[in-house]
Each structure stands twice: as structure tokens, then as C-alpha cells.
Ligand binder design. Structure first.
Ligand code: DX5
Ligand code: ZN
Length: 232
């Protein structure tokens, strides 16, 4: 996987048909998704429960490209190897999930996965600077995590400051929550390169009728690329 700051659209399967994850992953990739974003929730760190490593392992053969696993769980460390063995390319843990994020990021890299750090809307960039050398991705949450379909919280200033802090380091800036063709340009302009979108990708489509997934992905990508001056 070579590093690139080109815009990547990462559909969140939180908005997919839970009885049909394999086919949903194949459908969004066929329709132009760059990464597949997998939201793991524990009913403790966030007020909702999704699934764990066994489901990730079952999904993995249905994803040709990048499997981006977002852990909204606490504690994180006992489960890292399970998600790595399930085939996660990126494992992202929350700054707020425990007192030892440095140890968690070390463990993610040691597992062979790329390491991501997620920041809730209420969390600042204090402390991120000390972690930069351990990071492959920073996920800026633009909703409070736990549910899809929430209203976008503008984090333009945080993303701009993070982009400046990252400089030339090969660290992705991912935005998660409330991404649509209206909000994607703000985040792309501020410096994001990975845009997670659940409801805005899956709306109007299904495994039997996946063309809307492609229309939705193209609309988000065009809006984002238009904002950063990429020819579309
Ligand atoms: C929120 C999740 C997101 C969510 C995005 O806790 O981490 O990935 O599924 O969904 P939308 O795009 O609908 O806000
Ligand atoms: Zn997510």
C-alpha cells in the first residue's frame, strides 16, 4: 500500500444490511469505494453495540482493498491481536478509550496493522504531537461516536491545525460522521484525505440495486475533489 493524499471514500458498513455484509462490501467496492470502514462498538465506550473480531474475519474475504477497523471499545489492548488476525489493515483506537494510548498504538503496530488514532469532537490536539511517529492515520470525529446518520459537527479548525502538525509525514487524516456532498468539501479543503460515509453512501441502494451506491460515492468524491482542485 503506497501512501497517497488523494481523496479516498470509505463507506461505513454501519449503514449496510447487517444480514448481508459480504455482499454489501463487494457492492460498495464494485461501485467505487476506496476503503471499507468497519465500526466496532461495545455498548460501554459508546452507547451502541455492533460486532467483534469474528465478524471482521468473516467480512475480510469480501473486501479486495483496505479494511479500516474503527474500534469504539474500551479497553482496547486485549482485542488488538484479534482484529489484526481478522485481517484489519488499519486499526484505529480512541484517545479517550484509556490512559495508555501510547501503549495501545505500540501494540497495534506490533500486531502488523497500521495504527490509527481517533479523536472525539470534544478532544483537542494536545498530546497528538507526542504520538506522531507512531501513527499512520488520525481520525477526526465529526459526530459523537455511537450511531450513524447524525448531524455533522464542523471541525475545520482542528483539521487545519492537524494537517499543519503532520507536515510531510505519511499520516492520513480521516473524517468520520455526517459526511455528505455538502460537508465533504469543507473537510477536504481543511486537509482530510479519507472521508468515511455511512448513510450518505448506502441511501437509496441495496445489494440487488447497487447503482445508487456508485452515484452517492461519485457525488461525495466530486464535491471533495472539486474543493482541493483535483481534475474530475
Ligand atoms: C459513528 C461511526 C461512523 C458512522 C458514520 O460512530 O464511527 O463511522 O457510521 O455514519 P454517517 O456517515 O451516517 O454519519
Ligand atoms: Zn467509524
Amino acid at each position: 500500500m503506497t501512501f497517497s493524499r488523494a481523496i479516498k471514500i470509505a463507506p461505513s458498513i454501519l449503514a449496510a444490511d447487517f444480514a448481508n455484509f459480504g455482499a454489501e462490501c463487494r457492492a460498495v467496492e464494485d461501485q467505487g469505494a476506496d476503503w471499507v470502514h468497519v465500526d466496532v462498538m461495545d455498548g460501554h465506550f459508546v452507547p451502541n453495540i455492533t460486532f467483534g473480531p469474528a465478524t471482521c474475519a468473516a467480512i475480510r474475504p469480501h473486501i479486495r482493498g483496505v479494511m479500516d477497523v474503527h474500534l469504539m471499545i474500551a479497553p482496547v489492548d486485549p482485542y488488538i491481536d484479534g482484529f489484526a488476525k481478522a485481517g484489519a489493515d488499519f486499526i484505529t483506537a480512541h484517545m479517550e478509550a484509556g490512559p495508555h494510548i501510547h501503549r495501545t498504538l505500540q501494540a497495534i503496530r506490533a500486531s502488523g496493522a497500521k495504527a490509527g488514532l481517533a479523536l472525539n469532537p470534544g478532544t483537542g490536539l494536545d498530546g497528538v504531537e507526542n504520538l506522531l511517529d507512531m501513527l499512520d492515520l488520525v481520525c477526526v470525529m465529526t459526530v459523537n461516536p455511537g450511531f450513524g446518520g447524525q448531524k455533522f459537527i464542523d471541525m475545520t479548525d482542528k483539521v487545519q491545525r492537524l494537517r499543519a502538525m503532520i507536515g510531510a509525514r505519511p499520516i492520513h487524516i480521516e473524517i468520520d460522521g455526517g459526511i455528505t456532498p455538502d460537508t465533504a468539501p469543507l473537510m477536504a479543503r481543511a486537509g482530510a484525505d479519507v472521508l468515511v460515509a455511512g448513510s450518505a453512501v448506502f441511501k437509496g441502494g441495496s445489494v440487488e440495486h447497487p447503482a445508487p451506491y456508485g452515484d452517492n460515492i461519485r457525488a461525495i468524491r466530486a464535491a471533495a475533489e472539486g474543493a482541493v482542485g483535483v481534475a474530475v
